[in-house]
Design a protein around this ligand. Structure first.
Ligand code: ARG
Length: 568
């Protein structure tokens, strides 16, 4: 809104398009320098004058109601009259359409997220992928795209040959039902231990996987069983994180779709033999060759990703595909994209590997080799338990404290991840993530409850006083808002712009930063102005701002996957 008005002020006086001007605007570093700044460097060449002179010139020409323009060096600083503009800003925020932009225009965006591996633990990378993917999903949705989440389960590959072999030799059905991942892991580890001494194991495993790819009944039955027990575990995680998928399409789904890709690679002369295996050479684009088919005729991970990409483009009609997968798979995706490019799939330009860094817990790296799913769930349990402890200390009477503890504990984990730039490594500390005074989920949730209790109190006050509303009174925004309220109000208006920036970079942390700024600005406002003032004309404006802040916090937190209890 503010940008739109700033544009109206500037545009008549410069020879630039609205987009160009919009991209140039800056937020002044301090309130004393105005609400919006327009730099004039860009114009110097065309006007053959110094930016300083141009700034003075433009500032003199601006003549718009409620706008004061001042040249400051190469900048034109714009000041918006608060009594005149604050009401309009509040009005804009109250429109139900405020947070429903349509920059996406219904564009279909596939988000490949979570994607854990069957019979292996749900790793920390899968957790990050789930949380980042879920946030991106809601961000795209809010901006008018049509996001489609796909859980690309690792449910195919030679490891299932190993799994079946190990199960047939040492499997324990009881244990598998009881503790599927741990039992699967035990079998996996045992296989790798014994394979050193027993040379029949490796060929047997390969044979089982070949049988599986060929649709052998027993192999399929055992495989289905492994998938089912693992899925139960994974679903428990998804339920706790409040995440659902539009599609759960594992790698196995592409089993009958790969020969077509291999054939096409063959037809296009892209396949080459290399030590019995088939590869696509990528030296010309500076990468090692991409393995397509092993010497025993079985397919591998990249081949399945090729078939997957075609399916998503041709059948699901994706216009954009995001792969939310850890940074350690960079080369894999570069290779897959390069092969697609060689195959003439021009749409590969719309495929993006949304990679992210490692996450450690309290300095400890998590390896997938040990039964870490237990550990991950333990982290969630611990977060909830600690949140409950805080509630017991502060507010033991709280009605639905167990639910609130869940919301706060899980929210702490989600926000503790999302507030970081996704490509960075995260060293996660539960203590920090749960600190009610830090830059945390609980801090946001607490701030939200503060807005809600103000609203509740103001309702009671209004009822007691039977006020008439302020329709016939002059509203004095500048006085009611003060400096801190004006800053908060301007900030609330930046939601759409921040959402857009978050989407451009596939970066939930942009919104995480934004919502932290909103909470901080609100708490500052709360400390500066008496919101439930005795003077009605002040109270109305302040309470409205508190309500709008609550809505903004809730909207943004929900996009990030955090719940907003009304009390805590
Ligand atoms: N299952 C894989 C892993 O855990 C991640 C899959 C990511 N998605 C993809 N289309 N390759 O490493």
């Amino acid at each position: 809104m503010l940008k739109k008005w700033a544009l109206e002020a500037i545009q008549p006086h410069v020879n630039l398009s609205a987009e160009e001007i919009g991209a140039l605007f800056e937020l002044p570093p301090s309130a004393a320098m105005g609400d919006m700044a327009f730099p004039c460097y860009m114009l110097a060449k065309a006007y053959r004058r110094s930016p300083q002179e141009i700034a003075v010139n433009i500032a003199n020409l601006i003549d718009m109601k409620g706008v004061k323009a001042e040249a400051a060096g190469p900048y034109v600083n714009l000041f918006f009259d608060r009594d005149y503009y604050a009401g309009m800003l509040m009005e804009a925020l109250q429109q139900s359409s405020f947070a429903q932009s349509n920059i996406g225009q219904g564009k279909k965006v596939i988000i490949d997220m979570s994607s854990p591996n069957i019979a292996k633990p749900f790793g920390i990378g899968h957790l990050r992928s789930t949380m980042i993917g879920a946030a991106l999903y809601k961000m795209y949705q809010t901006a008018g795209y049509e996001p489609i989440s796909v859980n690309h389960l690792g449910d195919w590959g030679t490891q299932f040959g190993k799994q079946i072999t190990a199960y047939k030799r040492w499997g324990d059905d009881e244990a598998l039902k009881e503790n599927p991942i741990q039992e699967s892991l035990r079998l996996y580890v045992r296989f790798h231990e014994e394979v050193e001494q027993d040379e029949t194991l490796e060929p047997e495993a390969r044979n089982w996987f070949r049988l599986l790819e060929a649709g052998d009944e027993e192999a399929l039955r055992l495989w289905t069983y492994f998938v089912e027990v693992s899925m139960q575990e994974f679903n428990r995680m998804y339920e706790r994180l409040d995440v659902t998928f539009d599609y759960v399409l594992g790698e196995s789904f592409y089993n009958d779709k790969m020969s077509k890709v291999v054939q096409e690679l063959e037809d296009k002369g892209l396949l080459e033999e290399s030590e019995g295996a088939k590869v696509v050479r990528l030296e010309d684009v500076g990468m090692p060759p991409c393995l397509i088919m092993k010497s025993d005729g079985t397919t591998i991970y990249p081949t399945r990703d090729l078939a997957t990409a075609f399916y998503r483009h041709n059948v699901l009609k994706a216009e954009q595909i995001l792969y939310v997968v850890g940074g350690e798979q960079k080369l894999h995706f570069q290779q897959v994209f390069a092969v697609l490019d060689k195959m003439g799939a021009e749409w590969v330009k719309d495929c993006t590997h949304v990679h992210f860094g490692l996450m450690k817990f309290e300095g400890k790296k998590m390896s997938t080799r040990r039964g870490k799913i237990v550990y991950l769930e333990e982290v969630l349990d611990e977060a909830v338990a600690r949140a409950l402890q805080v509630i017991e200390d502060k507010n033991p009477e709280l009605e639905d404290k167990y639910q609130v503890a869940k919301d706060v504990g899980i929210g702490a984990i989600i926000f503790g991840d999302l507030k970081n730039n996704r490509v960075n490594e995260v060293d996660f500390s539960l203590e920090d993530a749960l600190n009610f005074e830090g830059e945390t989920g609980p801090y946001l949730q607490y701030t939200y409850t503060r807005t809600q209790s103000i609203l509740a109190k103001s309702l009671t006050l209004d009822q007691e006083r039977e006020t008439e509303g302020i329709e016939n009174q002059e509203v004095m925004y500048a006085e009611a808002l003060g400096e801190s309220g004006w800053i908060l109000l301007k900030l609330l208006n930046r939601f759409n712009e921040q959402l857009k920036r978050g989407i451009q970079n596939n970066e939930p942390s942009v919104l995480a930063r934004f919502v932290l700024d909103v909470a901080q600005a609100f708490n500052h406002f709360y400390s500066q102005e008496r919101i439930l003032s005795e003077e009605e004309h002040l109270r109305t404006v302040r309470v409205t701002l508190a309500r709008l802040t609550g809505e903004s916090l809730q909207r943004t937190m929900n996009v990030l996957g955090l719940r907003t209890p009304n009390r805590m």
